[in-house]
Ligand binder design. Sequence first.
Ligand SMILES: [Zn+2]
Ligand SMILES: [Zn+2]
Length: 235
Amino acid sequence: MKPDWKELLFPRAADCLICGDPRQAEGKYCLCPRCRERLLSLRLRENVCPRCMGPLDGKGQCRFCRSESLKPMRAGYGAFRYAAEAKALVERLKYGFEDEAADALAAVMAQCFPAAEYDALVPVPLHRTRQRGRGANQAALLCDRVGPRAGLPVLDALQRVRNTRTQIRLNPAERQRNVRRAFAATMNVQGLRLLLVDDVRTTGATARACAEALLSAGAREVGILTATIASEGKR
Ligand SMILES: [Zn+2]
Ligand SMILES: [Zn+2]
């Protein structure tokens, strides 16, 4: 049977967010059992860097730590590899199914970092012009759901002070240049241990620029938590 594109793009509330198939009757999860199982197989648990949870390559090396892209940060955490079902959920977060997708990702994100070691969560900001173009800031959606689960407040402590070019076609060095000094703290963060929150960690360049802004505003420590971590430097 050919899938109806309208059903795929706009599944009824009872259908799986990823494949559009009807979910199980209890309706507790927004995914069908098959997508749920596949999603859980993408959890970052084995073969990940002990410092930043980046996926290790064939030589057992972490590309984030090798490139020092997370150097000013205390640690990094991520729920899923940026692939297949996890990538699909992140896309849903941006384009149309914000609440359900954010709930599904946040439930796992809240379990993958030591909440006692941080004082607050900080969403990576989206520039105002881009935020208008595509709805809510996905980082803020995730923060608002991870916060209560982890027992941490959410601080809107950062703003973009410069509209950066979209990162998709840039290599890692260009990304680093593109986002440098793009962020500034909006409040007093003196002495706080802050955990940045975003949907995807690709090169770590955005996270690093955010961390530098918070640290120069007096934050004691900064970490990064993302829903997904990409194995490759470019999407
Ligand atoms: Zn499904
Ligand atoms: Zn690492």
